[in-house]
Design a protein around this ligand. Sequence first.
Ligand SMILES: NC(=O)c1ccc[n+]([C@@H]2O[C@H](COP(=O)([O-])OP(=O)(O)OC[C@H]3O[C@@H](n4cnc5c(N)ncnc54)[C@H](O)[C@@H]3O)[C@@H](O)[C@H]2O)c1
Length: 370
Amino acid sequence: MSETYMTGLDHTARPHRFGIVGAGVISATHAKAIAALPAARLVAVADVVPERARAFAENYGCQAEPDLDALLARGDVDVVSVCVPSGLHAEIGMQAAAAGKHLVVEKPIDVTLAAADRLIHAARAAGVVMTVISQHRFDPGLVELRRLLDAGDLGRLVFGEASTKWYRTQAYYDSAAWRGTWEFDGGALLNQGVHYVDLLRWSMGPLAEVTALCSTQTHQMEAEDVALATLRFSSGAVGTIIASTAIFPGFAQRLEISGTDGTVVIENGEIVHRAFSSELPEPGDRGSQVGTGAIGQAAAANAAALGVASHAAQIADLMAAIDEGREPLVTAESGRDALEVVCAVYESAREDRAIVLPGARGEAQDAALR
Ligand SMILES: NC(=O)c1ccc[n+]([C@@H]2O[C@H](COP(=O)([O-])OP(=O)(O)OC[C@H]3O[C@@H](n4cnc5c(N)ncnc54)[C@H](O)[C@@H]3O)[C@@H](O)[C@H]2O)c1
Protein backbone atom coordinates (compact mmCIF):
# COMPACT_ATOMS: atom_id res chain seq x y z
CA MET A 1 0.00 0.00 0.00
CA SER A 2 1.40 3.41 -0.91
CA GLU A 3 2.39 5.89 1.79
CA THR A 4 -0.16 8.38 0.48
CA TYR A 5 -2.99 6.03 1.32
CA MET A 6 -1.58 5.18 4.72
CA THR A 7 -1.25 8.80 5.82
CA GLY A 8 -2.81 9.15 9.24
CA LEU A 9 -2.09 5.62 10.40
CA ASP A 10 0.94 6.80 12.36
CA HIS A 11 0.13 10.36 13.28
CA THR A 12 0.08 11.06 16.96
CA ALA A 13 -2.30 14.04 17.24
CA ARG A 14 -5.31 13.84 19.61
CA PRO A 15 -7.21 10.65 18.80
CA HIS A 16 -10.34 10.85 16.71
CA ARG A 17 -13.17 9.41 18.76
CA PHE A 18 -15.70 7.29 16.90
CA GLY A 19 -19.32 6.36 17.43
CA ILE A 20 -20.89 3.62 15.32
CA VAL A 21 -24.58 3.66 14.39
CA GLY A 22 -25.91 0.22 13.46
CA ALA A 23 -24.38 -2.86 15.12
CA GLY A 24 -24.81 -5.42 12.33
CA VAL A 25 -22.47 -7.24 9.93
CA ILE A 26 -20.29 -4.36 8.70
CA SER A 27 -20.00 -2.53 12.02
CA ALA A 28 -17.57 -5.23 13.21
CA THR A 29 -15.23 -4.30 10.34
CA HIS A 30 -15.40 -0.63 11.42
CA ALA A 31 -14.65 -1.56 15.04
CA LYS A 32 -11.66 -3.69 14.02
CA ALA A 33 -10.37 -1.03 11.61
CA ILE A 34 -10.65 1.65 14.32
CA ALA A 35 -8.85 -0.65 16.78
CA ALA A 36 -6.03 -1.06 14.24
CA LEU A 37 -5.48 2.71 13.98
CA PRO A 38 -3.38 4.36 16.72
CA ALA A 39 -5.06 7.71 16.05
CA ALA A 40 -8.61 6.35 16.45
CA ARG A 41 -10.71 5.33 19.47
CA LEU A 42 -14.10 3.67 19.45
CA VAL A 43 -16.16 5.20 22.26
CA ALA A 44 -19.83 4.39 21.64
CA VAL A 45 -22.37 2.44 19.60
CA ALA A 46 -26.15 2.70 19.07
CA ASP A 47 -28.64 0.42 17.36
CA VAL A 48 -32.45 0.40 17.19
CA VAL A 49 -32.16 -3.07 18.69
CA PRO A 50 -30.61 -2.27 22.10
CA GLU A 51 -29.37 -5.85 22.75
CA ARG A 52 -27.30 -5.65 19.56
CA ALA A 53 -25.66 -2.44 20.75
CA ARG A 54 -24.99 -3.98 24.17
CA ALA A 55 -23.43 -7.16 22.74
CA PHE A 56 -21.34 -5.10 20.31
CA ALA A 57 -20.17 -2.76 23.09
CA GLU A 58 -19.09 -5.75 25.15
CA ASN A 59 -17.20 -7.31 22.22
CA TYR A 60 -15.40 -4.15 21.16
CA GLY A 61 -14.91 -2.35 24.46
CA CYS A 62 -17.08 0.73 24.04
CA GLN A 63 -20.30 2.10 25.56
CA ALA A 64 -23.77 1.20 24.28
CA GLU A 65 -26.09 4.20 23.97
CA PRO A 66 -29.85 3.70 24.09
CA ASP A 67 -30.46 5.61 20.83
CA LEU A 68 -28.98 7.82 18.14
CA ASP A 69 -29.76 11.06 20.00
CA ALA A 70 -27.83 9.88 23.04
CA LEU A 71 -24.84 8.92 20.87
CA LEU A 72 -24.92 12.25 19.04
CA ALA A 73 -25.20 14.19 22.31
CA ARG A 74 -21.81 12.86 23.44
CA GLY A 75 -19.12 15.50 23.31
CA ASP A 76 -16.48 12.78 23.09
CA VAL A 77 -17.72 11.48 19.71
CA ASP A 78 -16.04 13.35 16.82
CA VAL A 79 -16.73 10.95 13.94
CA VAL A 80 -19.79 8.78 13.28
CA SER A 81 -19.63 5.58 11.23
CA VAL A 82 -23.02 5.10 9.57
CA CYS A 83 -23.52 1.31 9.36
CA VAL A 84 -27.33 1.12 9.08
CA PRO A 85 -29.31 -0.22 6.07
CA SER A 86 -28.47 1.72 2.89
CA GLY A 87 -31.80 3.53 2.58
CA LEU A 88 -31.23 5.12 6.01
CA HIS A 89 -27.72 6.47 5.37
CA ALA A 90 -28.80 10.01 4.49
CA GLU A 91 -31.34 10.29 7.30
CA ILE A 92 -28.86 9.15 9.99
CA GLY A 93 -25.91 10.95 8.38
CA MET A 94 -27.81 14.25 8.26
CA GLN A 95 -28.61 14.04 11.97
CA ALA A 96 -24.96 13.27 12.76
CA ALA A 97 -23.75 16.16 10.56
CA ALA A 98 -26.19 18.55 12.26
CA ALA A 99 -24.61 17.48 15.57
CA GLY A 100 -21.20 18.46 14.16
CA LYS A 101 -19.88 14.93 13.68
CA HIS A 102 -17.59 14.00 10.79
CA LEU A 103 -18.94 11.10 8.75
CA VAL A 104 -17.84 7.70 7.52
CA VAL A 105 -20.86 6.54 5.53
CA GLU A 106 -21.01 2.93 4.40
CA LYS A 107 -21.62 2.26 0.72
CA PRO A 108 -23.78 3.06 -1.11
CA ILE A 109 -24.19 6.71 -0.11
CA ASP A 110 -27.96 6.00 -0.05
CA VAL A 111 -30.39 4.44 -2.51
CA THR A 112 -31.64 7.59 -4.31
CA LEU A 113 -29.80 10.58 -5.73
CA ALA A 114 -32.20 12.92 -3.94
CA ALA A 115 -31.23 11.41 -0.58
CA ALA A 116 -27.53 11.54 -1.53
CA ASP A 117 -27.87 15.23 -2.41
CA ARG A 118 -29.59 16.01 0.90
CA LEU A 119 -26.78 14.31 2.80
CA ILE A 120 -23.99 16.00 0.83
CA HIS A 121 -25.66 19.37 1.35
CA ALA A 122 -26.11 18.74 5.09
CA ALA A 123 -22.46 17.76 5.54
CA ARG A 124 -21.31 20.82 3.64
CA ALA A 125 -23.64 23.14 5.57
CA ALA A 126 -22.37 21.71 8.88
CA GLY A 127 -18.73 22.01 7.78
CA VAL A 128 -17.99 18.36 8.56
CA VAL A 129 -15.76 16.03 6.53
CA MET A 130 -17.49 13.05 4.94
CA THR A 131 -16.27 9.97 3.13
CA VAL A 132 -18.35 7.20 1.57
CA ILE A 133 -16.79 3.78 2.01
CA SER A 134 -15.19 2.39 -1.12
CA GLN A 135 -12.52 0.36 0.64
CA HIS A 136 -11.32 -1.38 -2.50
CA ARG A 137 -9.78 1.86 -3.76
CA PHE A 138 -7.20 1.18 -1.03
CA ASP A 139 -6.53 -2.43 -2.11
CA PRO A 140 -2.93 -2.82 -3.39
CA GLY A 141 -3.92 -3.49 -7.01
CA LEU A 142 -6.14 -0.43 -7.16
CA VAL A 143 -3.45 1.81 -5.68
CA GLU A 144 -1.13 0.58 -8.44
CA LEU A 145 -3.81 0.98 -11.13
CA ARG A 146 -4.39 4.59 -10.00
CA ARG A 147 -0.65 5.23 -10.31
CA LEU A 148 -0.56 3.75 -13.83
CA LEU A 149 -3.62 5.76 -14.89
CA ASP A 150 -2.24 9.01 -13.48
CA ALA A 151 1.08 8.38 -15.26
CA GLY A 152 -0.81 7.80 -18.54
CA ASP A 153 0.79 4.37 -18.92
CA LEU A 154 -2.34 2.80 -20.43
CA GLY A 155 -2.67 5.45 -23.14
CA ARG A 156 -6.12 6.62 -24.21
CA LEU A 157 -8.71 4.52 -22.42
CA VAL A 158 -10.72 2.30 -24.74
CA PHE A 159 -12.68 -0.25 -22.71
CA GLY A 160 -13.59 -0.82 -19.05
CA GLU A 161 -15.41 -3.72 -17.45
CA ALA A 162 -16.63 -4.24 -13.88
CA SER A 163 -17.80 -7.73 -13.03
CA THR A 164 -19.26 -9.02 -9.78
CA LYS A 165 -20.41 -12.62 -10.22
CA TRP A 166 -21.26 -13.53 -6.68
CA TYR A 167 -23.53 -15.96 -4.93
CA ARG A 168 -25.87 -15.22 -2.06
CA THR A 169 -28.34 -17.70 -0.61
CA GLN A 170 -32.01 -17.00 -0.03
CA ALA A 171 -31.17 -17.17 3.69
CA TYR A 172 -28.93 -14.10 3.19
CA TYR A 173 -31.84 -12.13 1.77
CA ASP A 174 -34.14 -13.44 4.50
CA SER A 175 -31.65 -12.51 7.25
CA ALA A 176 -32.91 -8.92 7.52
CA ALA A 177 -36.15 -7.35 6.26
CA TRP A 178 -34.33 -4.54 4.40
CA ARG A 179 -32.22 -6.81 2.16
CA GLY A 180 -33.19 -6.85 -1.51
CA THR A 181 -35.89 -4.15 -1.09
CA TRP A 182 -36.00 -1.09 -3.33
CA GLU A 183 -36.61 1.23 -0.40
CA PHE A 184 -33.60 0.25 1.71
CA ASP A 185 -31.14 -1.81 -0.37
CA GLY A 186 -31.59 -2.31 -4.12
CA GLY A 187 -30.34 -5.52 -5.67
CA ALA A 188 -27.04 -7.17 -6.58
CA LEU A 189 -25.84 -4.06 -8.40
CA LEU A 190 -26.46 -1.48 -5.68
CA ASN A 191 -25.40 -3.65 -2.77
CA GLN A 192 -22.61 -5.93 -4.04
CA GLY A 193 -21.73 -4.53 -7.49
CA VAL A 194 -21.45 -0.88 -6.46
CA HIS A 195 -17.88 -1.41 -5.18
CA TYR A 196 -16.56 -2.24 -8.65
CA VAL A 197 -18.92 0.25 -10.32
CA ASP A 198 -17.16 2.88 -8.22
CA LEU A 199 -13.74 1.56 -9.29
CA LEU A 200 -14.80 1.56 -12.95
CA ARG A 201 -16.16 5.13 -12.76
CA TRP A 202 -13.02 6.23 -10.86
CA SER A 203 -10.77 4.67 -13.51
CA MET A 204 -12.66 5.55 -16.68
CA GLY A 205 -14.26 8.90 -15.79
CA PRO A 206 -17.86 10.05 -16.20
CA LEU A 207 -20.47 8.13 -18.17
CA ALA A 208 -22.38 9.49 -21.11
CA GLU A 209 -24.90 6.71 -21.80
CA VAL A 210 -26.10 3.46 -20.23
CA THR A 211 -28.20 0.65 -21.71
CA ALA A 212 -29.16 -2.10 -19.28
CA LEU A 213 -31.15 -5.19 -18.50
CA CYS A 214 -31.99 -6.41 -14.99
CA SER A 215 -33.58 -9.65 -13.91
CA THR A 216 -34.40 -11.59 -10.74
CA GLN A 217 -33.37 -15.16 -11.47
CA THR A 218 -33.05 -17.23 -8.33
CA HIS A 219 -34.15 -15.26 -5.25
CA GLN A 220 -37.39 -14.17 -3.67
CA MET A 221 -36.64 -10.46 -3.48
CA GLU A 222 -38.00 -7.17 -4.81
CA ALA A 223 -34.85 -6.02 -6.60
CA GLU A 224 -32.65 -7.74 -9.22
CA ASP A 225 -30.14 -10.50 -8.68
CA VAL A 226 -28.62 -10.00 -12.15
CA ALA A 227 -27.81 -6.64 -13.74
CA LEU A 228 -26.09 -6.19 -17.12
CA ALA A 229 -25.19 -2.90 -18.74
CA THR A 230 -23.32 -1.56 -21.73
CA LEU A 231 -21.72 1.84 -21.26
CA ARG A 232 -20.42 4.77 -23.25
CA PHE A 233 -18.10 7.05 -21.29
CA SER A 234 -17.85 10.81 -21.83
CA SER A 235 -14.33 10.24 -23.18
CA GLY A 236 -15.75 8.10 -25.99
CA ALA A 237 -14.50 4.84 -24.41
CA VAL A 238 -17.02 2.00 -23.94
CA GLY A 239 -17.56 -0.67 -21.33
CA THR A 240 -19.75 -3.13 -19.51
CA ILE A 241 -21.03 -3.87 -16.02
CA ILE A 242 -22.25 -7.18 -14.70
CA ALA A 243 -23.41 -7.67 -11.13
CA SER A 244 -25.10 -10.73 -9.75
CA THR A 245 -25.72 -12.68 -6.56
CA ALA A 246 -27.16 -15.63 -8.50
CA ILE A 247 -23.98 -17.09 -9.97
CA PHE A 248 -22.98 -20.26 -8.15
CA PRO A 249 -20.55 -20.66 -6.44
CA GLY A 250 -19.35 -17.04 -6.72
CA PHE A 251 -16.27 -15.79 -8.56
CA ALA A 252 -13.59 -13.13 -8.08
CA GLN A 253 -14.74 -9.54 -8.42
CA ARG A 254 -13.03 -8.27 -11.55
CA LEU A 255 -12.07 -4.93 -13.10
CA GLU A 256 -10.59 -4.73 -16.57
CA ILE A 257 -9.19 -1.45 -17.89
CA SER A 258 -7.81 -1.29 -21.43
CA GLY A 259 -6.17 1.64 -23.17
CA THR A 260 -4.35 2.09 -26.44
CA ASP A 261 -1.05 1.28 -24.69
CA GLY A 262 -1.99 -1.47 -22.26
CA THR A 263 -4.42 -3.43 -20.14
CA VAL A 264 -4.70 -4.02 -16.40
CA VAL A 265 -6.92 -6.76 -15.00
CA ILE A 266 -7.75 -6.79 -11.31
CA GLU A 267 -9.31 -9.63 -9.37
CA ASN A 268 -10.31 -9.15 -5.75
CA GLY A 269 -8.15 -6.07 -5.41
CA GLU A 270 -4.98 -7.50 -6.91
CA ILE A 271 -3.52 -7.11 -10.39
CA VAL A 272 -3.66 -10.51 -12.08
CA HIS A 273 -2.69 -9.39 -15.59
CA ARG A 274 -0.89 -6.35 -16.89
CA ALA A 275 0.46 -5.84 -20.36
CA PHE A 276 1.92 -2.72 -21.93
CA SER A 277 2.75 -2.15 -25.57
CA SER A 278 6.10 -0.69 -24.45
CA GLU A 279 7.17 -3.95 -22.77
CA LEU A 280 7.56 -7.41 -24.17
CA PRO A 281 6.67 -9.66 -21.26
CA GLU A 282 9.33 -12.21 -20.35
CA PRO A 283 8.01 -15.77 -20.67
CA GLY A 284 6.85 -16.93 -17.29
CA ASP A 285 7.02 -13.55 -15.55
CA ARG A 286 3.25 -13.30 -15.34
CA GLY A 287 3.41 -15.40 -12.21
CA SER A 288 4.74 -12.44 -10.26
CA GLN A 289 1.58 -10.50 -11.14
CA VAL A 290 -0.87 -13.18 -10.13
CA GLY A 291 -2.48 -12.75 -6.73
CA THR A 292 -4.67 -15.16 -4.85
CA GLY A 293 -7.08 -12.53 -3.48
CA ALA A 294 -8.15 -14.80 -0.66
CA ILE A 295 -10.18 -12.14 1.15
CA GLY A 296 -12.23 -11.26 -1.89
CA GLN A 297 -12.79 -14.87 -2.87
CA ALA A 298 -14.27 -15.52 0.54
CA ALA A 299 -16.58 -12.51 0.13
CA ALA A 300 -17.77 -13.94 -3.21
CA ALA A 301 -19.76 -16.54 -1.34
CA ASN A 302 -19.96 -15.14 2.20
CA ALA A 303 -21.27 -11.72 3.10
CA ALA A 304 -19.46 -11.62 6.45
CA ALA A 305 -15.96 -12.48 5.15
CA LEU A 306 -14.19 -9.15 4.81
CA GLY A 307 -10.66 -7.99 5.59
CA VAL A 308 -10.21 -4.79 7.57
CA ALA A 309 -6.98 -3.33 6.11
CA SER A 310 -8.65 -1.36 3.33
CA HIS A 311 -11.40 -0.02 5.62
CA ALA A 312 -8.63 1.01 8.04
CA ALA A 313 -6.75 2.79 5.25
CA GLN A 314 -9.87 4.70 4.21
CA ILE A 315 -10.69 5.67 7.81
CA ALA A 316 -7.05 6.76 8.29
CA ASP A 317 -7.37 8.97 5.24
CA LEU A 318 -10.59 10.50 6.63
CA MET A 319 -8.80 11.33 9.88
CA ALA A 320 -5.87 12.86 7.98
CA ALA A 321 -8.34 14.89 5.90
CA ILE A 322 -9.91 16.25 9.10
CA ASP A 323 -6.48 17.11 10.54
CA GLU A 324 -5.18 18.68 7.35
CA GLY A 325 -8.41 20.50 6.41
CA ARG A 326 -8.61 18.77 3.03
CA GLU A 327 -11.05 16.58 1.15
CA PRO A 328 -10.76 12.84 1.79
CA LEU A 329 -9.52 10.66 -1.09
CA VAL A 330 -13.03 9.21 -1.46
CA THR A 331 -15.31 12.22 -1.43
CA ALA A 332 -19.04 12.27 -0.78
CA GLU A 333 -19.50 13.39 -4.39
CA SER A 334 -17.70 10.33 -5.73
CA GLY A 335 -20.05 8.18 -3.64
CA ARG A 336 -22.85 9.97 -5.46
CA ASP A 337 -21.13 9.33 -8.84
CA ALA A 338 -21.24 5.56 -8.26
CA LEU A 339 -24.90 5.75 -7.23
CA GLU A 340 -25.67 7.80 -10.33
CA VAL A 341 -24.33 4.99 -12.54
CA VAL A 342 -26.40 2.40 -10.66
CA CYS A 343 -29.54 4.56 -10.90
CA ALA A 344 -28.99 4.93 -14.66
CA VAL A 345 -28.71 1.13 -15.01
CA TYR A 346 -31.94 0.65 -13.06
CA GLU A 347 -33.73 3.37 -15.04
CA SER A 348 -32.58 1.94 -18.37
CA ALA A 349 -33.72 -1.58 -17.42
CA ARG A 350 -37.07 -0.31 -16.10
CA GLU A 351 -37.82 1.90 -19.10
CA ASP A 352 -36.18 -0.34 -21.71
CA ARG A 353 -34.23 2.52 -23.27
CA ALA A 354 -30.77 4.07 -23.26
CA ILE A 355 -30.25 6.64 -20.50
CA VAL A 356 -28.15 9.71 -21.26
CA LEU A 357 -26.48 10.90 -18.11
CA PRO A 358 -27.03 14.53 -17.14
CA GLY A 359 -24.52 16.92 -18.65
CA ALA A 360 -22.60 14.15 -20.41
CA ARG A 361 -24.06 14.22 -23.90
CA GLY A 362 -22.07 17.17 -25.31
CA GLU A 363 -18.76 15.78 -24.10
CA ALA A 364 -19.50 12.33 -25.52
CA GLN A 365 -20.45 13.75 -28.91
CA ASP A 366 -17.22 15.73 -28.96
CA ALA A 367 -15.24 12.59 -28.14
CA ALA A 368 -17.00 10.61 -30.87
CA LEU A 369 -15.96 13.23 -33.43
CA ARG A 370 -12.27 13.17 -32.49
N1 LIG B 1 -18.18 -1.97 2.58
C1 LIG B 1 -18.59 -3.22 2.55
O1 LIG B 1 -17.89 -4.11 2.04
C2 LIG B 1 -19.93 -3.57 3.14
C3 LIG B 1 -20.21 -4.89 3.49
C4 LIG B 1 -21.45 -5.17 4.10
C5 LIG B 1 -22.39 -4.14 4.26
N2 LIG B 1 -22.08 -2.87 3.87
C6 LIG B 1 -23.08 -1.79 4.02
O2 LIG B 1 -23.28 -1.56 5.40
C7 LIG B 1 -24.66 -1.23 5.65
C8 LIG B 1 -25.21 -2.18 6.71
O3 LIG B 1 -25.13 -3.50 6.22
P1 LIG B 1 -25.07 -4.76 7.23
O4 LIG B 1 -24.87 -5.95 6.36
O5 LIG B 1 -24.14 -4.47 8.33
O6 LIG B 1 -26.59 -4.75 7.75
P2 LIG B 1 -27.18 -5.42 9.07
O7 LIG B 1 -28.62 -5.62 8.84
O8 LIG B 1 -26.33 -6.60 9.46
O9 LIG B 1 -26.94 -4.29 10.19
C9 LIG B 1 -27.65 -3.06 10.18
C10 LIG B 1 -27.86 -2.68 11.64
O10 LIG B 1 -28.47 -1.37 11.67
C11 LIG B 1 -29.47 -1.36 12.69
N3 LIG B 1 -30.38 -0.26 12.41
C12 LIG B 1 -31.40 -0.22 11.53
N4 LIG B 1 -32.00 0.97 11.56
C13 LIG B 1 -31.35 1.73 12.48
C14 LIG B 1 -31.49 3.04 12.97
N5 LIG B 1 -32.44 3.85 12.49
N6 LIG B 1 -30.66 3.47 13.95
C15 LIG B 1 -29.71 2.64 14.47
N7 LIG B 1 -29.52 1.38 14.04
C16 LIG B 1 -30.32 0.93 13.05
C17 LIG B 1 -30.07 -2.75 12.62
O11 LIG B 1 -30.76 -3.07 13.81
C18 LIG B 1 -28.84 -3.61 12.37
O12 LIG B 1 -28.26 -4.06 13.59
C19 LIG B 1 -25.36 -1.33 4.30
O13 LIG B 1 -25.50 -0.04 3.77
C20 LIG B 1 -24.44 -2.16 3.44
O14 LIG B 1 -24.51 -1.83 2.07
C21 LIG B 1 -20.88 -2.57 3.34
